[in-house]
Design a protein. Sequence first.
Length: 670
Amino acid sequence: MSDTESDSVIDALTRAATVHFSSAREGERAMWGSGFFVAPGWVLTCAHVLAPHLRGDRERVFRLGGSEVNDGEPLEARLDRWLLDGEPRSEQRVPVEQDLALVRLLDPDVEHECVWLTDRTDYPGGQGVVQGYRPENQEDGSAPVVRRAARWKATARINGFDDDYGMRFRPEAEFPKGGSGSPVLDAHTGAVVGVLKSRRAGRDGGMAIAATALRRFGPAYQALMAAHDRWHGQSPKVGGHNWIERQHQLPGAGVYTGGDQWSPRDRREALFLLSGVRPPDGIWPVVELAKKARGGVASPPGQLLPHAWRDGHGLLYEAGQPVAAIAALHYLQLVVEYERSRGGDPAPLADWVAHRLQDVPRIVHTVVTQATLPPRLVPARGPDGRDGAVVSYPIPGDGSTVVIVELEPVCDAPTARFYWRIRVDDGQDVNEPLHEEQTGDGVPPEQLVRRLRGPLDEVFASVDAPGAPAPLEVALPVDHFDTAVHRWQLTEMARLHHPAYVGVRRMVVLRDLLRRGRPDDTWLARWEATVAAGALTAVRTPPPRQVPRARHFADMPPSAVPVLCRPAGSGVGRRAIGLALDAGHGVALWHTDGHPEHGCTEFCEEMHDGAAALLAQTACALELPDRLRRIRDDISGSRNGGHWAEGVAMLYDDPTRPLPADDNGPVDSP
């Protein structure tokens, strides 16, 4: 079969999994658009297909049907989730990266076909086959004209890409109205690689959304793909009328001549068994294990970040062809070792790898059976099973990574609003912003967490190591130092072993946004002296019954840390923290939740005693952020809202790792 021909059986299987949507209300017969089954009870489509009909009522029940689904009888379904950010306006065009929706059948017991979704991370190219439904008028004698859904099919060559997720077709293909949401099949590999998004108005051609955009669903993506791989792993394997057996006949299967090659059948069994392993702790473990399985060679540039174990398998292709069995088996064995290192027992996967090794040369057997994890993927644990030694905060050149959020107030805004950007400091350099919002009206404080949640989740997933989440630094002006960043909840539904509060799972510190660029000598000299001083001491700020004065802060010894039992963003606390910054202090603690107008209370004494004890047990300033995180972890476990440290924020502003200078000022004319 040539690259330009599609397989008739795979075409039929795709058609059997394809459906169309319509209203469940009497008298509303118009078809909305197309979609297709990707796992038992799960249908994938474009968000813009459903949005006009679900506006204001996302719980609305609607119908889906297909000529080969449920004997042609419609089924009831409901939106499960979509990637849309808020409710779209009717005149808005949905961006490619947001235009996916997942639909669930109300009856989970209906049997149906499911497409095979690609596991490849790179962009597909070449001949595509698109088939779905379109609305068609039908007149029956004297009966009124009604609308019904008619099947259609088209071939189209993928010849261009638009950013991370857009795939463009050459203009010779014509896509009908109602086709949005149809599956796009790669004829070369026999796998669905995208979702038809749009046609070009008045012209041939159009655009599709790459299947890799599904990864933006986060944990739901992992669950969906596990269900997909289980379904295909358990489907009948006799005869040739299934996805995998037919893919064996296609050019994308590679030249399979023996046990040292990796076949579509091997891939099916591997992904089926990987679906039974717990999801990885972020993106970084998948990247590292795939890299080691490739002999230490990183994946080709341009690959999207992997979120699930199957995505790591998808990194083992070279020029669109599967690699030799040694790489795939090595990767699977590394997953086994990783799961064992965190207390799991992936026996089915381990047993299958051992059985598959019987068909490979001795060198492959040796490489796989002697597989060991990269050192940084081995979690350090104490004898009680908790994290071991206190973790020192990153310093330049130690190979550690820090995530930085810069929050800058919008000038002249009638109320507080912020522009923001997210960077990563890898210990060598501070990268250019990975995400940012620097135009428009800005974001009000109460919406910051919601706006930052998705971008931060993506960045953390790419840099976190198992058992060692990257620290978070939030740089903002002193007037906003009482922003309780450590209480941010970056996930609406956290896993039981992953606390929702960011300050519980990772070190969270604040930095002064105005200290961007080259550090001044006072700040640098005090920082170096503080780090060299070893153990720290708490200094009550301001002293009892006194107002803050500059000499209080200038005369403090290097080991001294200013501690405020009041907010730092206004009043006496604002003056105190401002003088501390002027005197070069890079470390300070304060209480963000307010302070009585007339003197301190018993809680203030409790806080100062607690801070003094914390600092006394800290052998070096580099330990302080992790020691405070551990206290927050204990507070979270005991749910003690009255603990002295519950509302405490920390300034940890390292001048040896300065924030990039502000480049938004005037520039010379070219």
